[in-house]
Design a protein around this ligand. Structure first.
Ligand code: FE2
Ligand code: FE2
Length: 351
């Protein structure tokens, strides 16, 4: 039989680093006054899709969950707990941001508010489902405590749109890639949550489409040299963060039969390609130099992680980290300086 709820332990949130899933807030007044009328038709069409609520009945735990997971060894258990916690935190962070936005924009910008409200509904389901899965390992995340204790990063609305568009699309590609891999290699589907990813990722895809439609209503964010600089910046930030995170957790990916670096490169290539339908420029991710430089960042990041594990005083640790941080920044600047791929010529929709 499954976990006895009364025995659940509340898990303390993992210590925050630059690479842990972040919580965001924005300028609600600026968002209220955002004029999205130039693309309202597409936005209304996506709201209709949200309203249908295709996944209303999807997130129901079936009998497969009703077994003991104590058969996992300690290492696999802690890898799974970390995966579930990070995923739950990321989904919950989306829920909080979208919920706050829908609440604040309700009067002044009802169309946008409605979109955020539907998306917060979906993210709450995703976070809840993941938190329930943590209970299979006798743990639960205190989401109320997380809401109060986390630091919030401020992003201007336009940056929220670039960042959330990309994180939704990369989320889609991550979930569908894991799902397809496990469909072909069922011997690695060692825990039932992965079979839910096929319909789940469609939620993320629709969220990404919503942000794409909002971005299209602001042509200045998708045209001109400044927008190109920002598009490249956000593509690189999202890709590098994922790559550094996942290479640190290659054992988890190995436990479901995936090579973390190959998996990430596939997700990066696909997300980059999808973004080319919206962004005027994308990164040349298939140029071997791109991966070579990312791998140099990984080597330096491994040194940062090793320093964190030492017993040194914290200011000594900070000093020890400086050369490695500089190396990471330098390699990221080199990637950023690589010639991008102009995607505007491939756009088949004129807006
Ligand atoms: Fe989600
Ligand atoms: Fe989402």
């Amino acid at each position: 039989m499954n976990t006895n709820i009364s025995k659940l332990d509340t898990k303390n949130p993992t210590q925050e680093t630059l690479l842990t899933p972040r919580f965001y807030t924005t300028d609600f007044d600026e968002m209220k006054n955002l004029d999205i009328s130039s693309n309202s038709e597409e936005i209304v069409a996506i709201l209709e899709e949200f309203r249908v609520d295709y996944n209303k009945q999807h997130f129901v735990r079936d009998n497969e969950f009703l077994q003991s997971w104590s058969k996992f060894d300690d290492k696999t258990t802690s890898l799974f707990i970390e995966f579930l916690e990070r995923s739950c935190t990321a989904e919950f962070s989306g829920f909080l941001l979208y919920k706050e936005l829908s609440r604040n924009l309700k009067k002044e910008n009802p169309l946008l508010a409605e979109g955020f409200s539907f998306m917060s509904r979906d993210e709450a389901r995703h976070a809840g489902f993941l938190n329930k899965a943590m209970s299979d390992f006798n743990l639960t995340l205190d989401l109320g405590f997380l809401t109060k204790s986390r630091k919030y990063t401020f992003f201007e609305p336009k940056f929220i749109f670039y960042a959330t568009y990309l994180s939704e699309k990369i989320g889609y590609w991550r979930y569908i890639t894991i799902y397809r891999h496990l469909e072909k290699n069922p011997q690695f589907r060692i825990y039932p949550i992965f079979k839910f990813f096929e319909s789940w990722c469609q939620d993320e895809n629709r969220h990404g489409d919503f942000f794409a439609a909002v971005l299209k209503s602001q042509p200045n964010l998708l045209r001109g040299w400044e927008s190109k600089l920002w598009c490249k910046f956000f593509l690189l930030s999202v890709f590098a963060t994922m790559y550094l995170n996942d290479t640190q957790r290659s054992d988890f990916y190995a436990s479901i039969g995936l090579d973390a670096k190959k998996f990430d490169m596939h997700v990066i290539i696909q997300t980059n390609k999808s973004s080319g339908k919206l962004f005027p420029i994308i990164l040349d991710v298939q140029n071997p130099l791109f991966k070579e430089l990312l791998d140099k960042c990984v080597i330096n990041n491994d040194c940062l992680v090793a320093i964190d594990k030492t017993q040194q005083l914290s200011f000594i640790k900070t000093l020890m980290k400086i050369p490695y941080i500089l190396n990471i920044v330098m390699n990221l600047i080199r990637i950023y300086s690589m010639k991008g791929i102009e995607s505007q010529k491939d756009w088949n929709i004129i807006y």
